[in-house]
Design a binder for this molecule. Structure first.
Ligand SMILES: [Zn+2]
Length: 284
């Protein structure tokens, strides 16, 4: 098995929205903001290579939205999904499985593209099975008013219409082992039934944090995004996960952190804190 970080580009989101109730005087010491209060975030995917499968976890924002839509998110940086795949010798048509942690547009926008001939939407990974969780799928396709702007129909419905949609089964807090050494923790604070992949690799565990922990700066327990639908639940989900992560020396991989790709946690007398950051290639 090989693991690769797949950078798909950077975007900006309001720092206040990203740090919830935490005042800027505190969060700005840990995560840089520009003069408009906007912070730069990554859209980093994880590629898991097996001898017979190539699994992509999340897809970034994609390129099919309108200029007006993208103008709100200040996309920048040189990385694209295709370029990042090519750096490791892969093409999007090699992907056999697309695993979607959840269906917010910055995670699944790249899953669907426009057919340049007909302008119709179609899967951007034509040879892949797509994986979602049934509870989340239902939540996303009948969205509440708060999350509606994050669940874009054109990112979601064409997956089902293509016949490429599959649901991951779960039992309690974890999904089935979908691929060898690959299962996901279910958490419900950010959105209903978000899946957090846990991958066993050379006797260690690497966890793709998605929006349970968007960056190293979100480690203190009350530092929860304003976007979360159930912030108190996120807080308790973080607390529980952190204890397991420290006890088992998990490596955390951050989807949105523009400073660190990966990091470890450590127990201090003030609680669990971020320890050290490193690139995925250093861990391997
Ligand atoms: Zn996100």
């Amino acid at each position: 098995m090989n693991l690769y970080a797949i950078e798909t580009g950077l975007f900006k989101l309001d720092g206040g929205a990203m740090f919830g109730v935490v005042p800027k005087s505190l969060w700005s010491k840990r995560y840089e903001a520009d003069s408009n209060n906007m912070c730069t975030w990554a859209m980093r995917c994880l590629l898991v290579e097996y001898s017979d499968r190539l699994v992509l976890v999340d897809t970034g924002i994609g390129s099919k939205q309108s200029e007006k839509f993208f103008s709100h998110y200040f996309l920048h940086g040189d990385a694209t999904l295709d370029k990042s795949l090519a750096q490791h010798g892969f093409h999007r048509d090699d992907i056999t499985d697309v695993f979607l942690t959840h269906l917010h547009f910055d995670h699944c926008g790249g899953a669907i593209e426009r057919n340049p001939k007909s302008d119709a939407y179609r899967p951007a990974f034509k040879n892949a099975r797509y994986w979602s969780h049934e509870d989340h799928w239902k939540w996303a396709t009948e969205p509440n008013a708060r999350e509606k702007a994050s669940f874009l129909k054109e990112n979601i419905l064409p997956i089902q219409e293509s016949g490429q949609l599959n649901f991951v089964s779960s039992n309690g807090n974890f999904t089935e082992e979908l691929f060898p050494g690959f299962k996901a923790l279910l958490v419900h604070g950010h959105t209903e039934a978000q899946m957090i992949p846990h991958i066993s690799y050379k006797g260690q565990a690497i966890v793709f944090m998605a929006d349970l922990l968007p960056s190293h700066a979100h480690v203190p327990l009350p530092w929860v995004m304003g976007y979360d639908t159930r912030p108190l639940l996120t807080l308790s989900e973080k607390e529980k996960f952190f204890k397991t992560a420290v006890a088992n020396d998990y490596t955390l991989m951050f989807e949105h952190d523009s400073v660190h790709q990966c990091g470890k946690l450590t127990q201090t007398d003030r609680g669990i804190r971020f320890d050290s950051g490193f690139d995925l290639s250093e861990f391997l």
